[in-house]
Design a binder for this molecule. Structure first.
Ligand code: SAH
Ligand code: MG
Length: 215
């Protein structure tokens, strides 16, 4: 059923072309977990409405989502963090090929550590996209909260993790800790007095949180 809705919604999307199509194919062949197409489309919507000056992305992979975010926010500056050396270099190459290296800054390192450094430098962002280690989402949120402007938007990918987060079926042992953490993360976000959050059940689950201006 859900799969049917997913395929239907995806069939309504414009076909990917150019670098997006190329990177989607590369990611599929090389098992790089880039954002799904319907979720990317939702990000575009958020970015078009928000028109952010600065975006922080946690989890670059090969630069696919960072590059595509510019379709929704043409003039934004993006800072993105990746800990894997190979992917970091692939992202640099892909971003360079699209001549976006002035707009997208890729930082190599552990996301929590790099975010801590950015927070200490009092960096502020209008949009933060969390898409790295799912077991670390709470840590990323705590750091993101320090850097997200009031009125800003926090987007988190994979919050329903393969349906395991809401399924009544037994979760395979290897995913139990992760699923427990994601459940706690979703509950925290939904109940946070400083944010208004909606979890969108497309693809792997995307949550969108608006940071209230005043409390
Ligand atoms: N946002 C990308 C996909 C990111 S996939 C896109 O949609 O195109 C998640 C990435 O997070 C992986 O490349 C992985 O190497 C990276 N990652 C995992 N743990 C991390 C950590 N602790 N610090 C920084 N990056 C991490
Ligand atoms: Mg993801």
């Amino acid at each position: 059923m859900e799969k049917e809705i997913g395929s239907y919604l995806e069939s309504l999307l414009p076909a990917s072309s150019g670098f997006a199509e190329k990177l989607e194919k590369y990611a599929e062949v090389n098992h790089v977990p880039i954002i799904h197409r319907s979720s990317m489309h939702l990000l575009h919507l958020m970015l078009m409405m928000k028109q952010p000056e600065n975006i922080l992305e946690v989890g670059t992979a090969i630069g696919y989502s960072a590059l595509r975010m510019l379709e929704g926010a043409e003039n934004a500056d993006i800072t993105t963090i990746e800990k894997d050396d190979k992917r970091y270099h692939e992202a640099i190459t892909n971003i360079g090929e699209q001549k976006r290296d002035k707009q997208i800054k890729v930082l190599l390192g552990d996301a929590a550590e790099v975010m801590q450094e950015l927070a200490e430098k009092k960096k502020q962002f209008d949009v933060i996209f969390i898409d790295a280690a799912k077991g670390q989402y709470q840590t990323y949120f705590d750091l993101a909260d320090k850097m997200l402007m009031p009125g800003g938007i926090l987007i988190t990918d994979n919050v329903l993790f393969r349906g395991l987060v809401y399924s009544n079926e037994e979760v395979p042992k290897k995913y139990r800790t992760l699923v427990r953490k994601l459940k706690a993360y979703n509950e925290m976000l939904m109940n946070h007095p400083g944010y208004h959050t909606s979890i969108i059940p497309i693809d792997d689950g995307v949550s969108v949180s608006y940071k209230k201006q005043s409390m």
